[in-house]
Design a protein around this ligand. Structure first.
Ligand code: GLY
Length: 377
């Protein structure tokens, strides 16, 4: 463990987190929370893309506290995913989010062979989504009868690549990493704009692999700056550098990070999109802040001391603001840890509410500030 030189707020925030999750876990149990509405986390089916974040958060707490209650729930969540992988039609590119924070986390902490087998099966399914003509991992499945989104790739998928890097590390088979890097290179070419902002969705011709157009997706518009998408790019590119040592990924992570930091309001927590017209509600997205903070802390770990301070300070400033200005510590009627996340503004879903991935990345960031250097990703 290498503790970073932060003031006492990190320990205080950690204690508050442990106490609150101790309480909320008695109700949530081995469920799959996504968004907290009117103070209560709505539970989703096990196949929903957010299924890994709650068990992942519990693993972060278990690693530090060794509290068996957290471990037991995290393992129950992991077992429930077995039924999903058997009936894999509902799975998509988010396999990485789901099994990295369950089975890979378990394997890194406790080396269960069952967890290793599950995570490798998930990695193989993820590889099956690779389009060899366009060199991208396909996003999603049709949302409705007749929809063709076979040529869609999305920036979020950068966070699914660590499952493939891990699979190569444990098997010695380079194919997983090859595919991950092909996808990351497609993102470098087609998603990251010169100013460091990113596209959410790029549509390719699924037969020829040619780029057709960018789509707005969860951002305001195709050319806007969806803040969580930028956070996925920061952390995802930093992780690709971490696992490959290919400096082009570090450059991209920094480019997206500089854009993100330059757009932050005074309290360091982003609006849901950085380019919206005045009539659109400028909700915050605390989850984008928490995820970007983890990416900034990783960049700080990967660069030399002269450069590191700027990234570390930016990451810590976001986490500190989330703790002091966005935390629901004294509100026993609220299950979420961090308020004011925005899941999907264009579809008007889960706006200005706690989101489980905001809570997860906040706790991961705190865990790093406390000194835990190994990441599940
Ligand atoms: N599509 C994953 C997200 O909401 O960021």
């Amino acid at each position: 463990m290498t503790a970073l030189n932060t003031s006492g707020w990190v320990e205080e925030a950690w204690q508050q987190t442990v106490a609150k999750v101790n309480r909320t876990s008695r109700r949530i149990g081995a469920g799959f929370p996504h968004a907290s509405v009117d103070g209560t986390y709505k539970l989703e089916p096990a196949y929903w893309w957010t299924a890994g974040f709650w068990p992942g958060l519990l693993w972060l707490l278990y690693r530090d506290t060794k509290d068996e209650h957290f471990k037991a729930i995290a393992e129950q969540c992991e077992s429930q995913l077995d039924q999903v992988i058997a009936d894999y039609y509902k799975l998509d590119h988010d396999i990485g989010f789901m099994w990295t924070l369950t089975s890979v986390a378990q394997y890194k902490l406790l080396q269960s062979e069952d967890s290793k087998r599950r995570a490798l099966l998930a990695a193989n399914l993820l590889c099956g989504r690779f389009n060899v003509k366009g060199n991208f991992i396909r996003a999603w499945n049709p949302w409705r009868e007749g929809e063709n989104n076979a040529g869609w790739a999305i920036i979020d998928c950068m966070m699914n690549l660590p499952l493939l890097y891990w699979a190569t590390e444990v098997t010695g088979d380079p194919r997983y990493k090859h595919l991950a890097m092909e996808h990351a290179d497609t993102v470098l070419k087609h998603f990251i704009r010169p100013d460091g902002s990113v596209y959410h969705i790029v549509r390719f011709d699924e037969t020829t692999g040619e780029r057709i157009e960018a789509l707005g997706g969860q951002g305001y518009a195709p050319e806007s700056g969806w803040s969580r998408g930028t956070a996925w790019a920061i952390y995802g590119m930093a992780l690709s550098y971490h696992h490959t040592r290919e400096v082009r990924y570090l450059h991209a992570a920094k480019q997206a990070a500089h854009f993100f930091i330059s757009q932050l309001p005074e309290d360091h927590v982003p609006h849901w999109d950085f380019r919206i017209p005045p009539e659109v509600t400028p909700y915050r997205d605390s989850s984008a802040g928490a995820c970007a903070a983890c990416g900034l802390l990783l960049i700080a770990d990967e660069v030399d001391a002269l450069e590191a301070d700027g990234y570390r300070n930016a990451g810590e400033a976001i986490l500190h603001s989330l703790y002091t200005n966005y935390g629901a510590w004294d509100n026993e009627q609220e299950e979420g840890l961090i308020l004011h996340g925005t899941s999907h503004y264009p579809e008007q879903k889960n706006m200005d509410v706690p989101l489980i991935y905001g809570d997860y990345y906040f706790v991961e960031g705190l865990s790093r500030l406390k000194g835990h250097t190994e990441r599940f990703w």
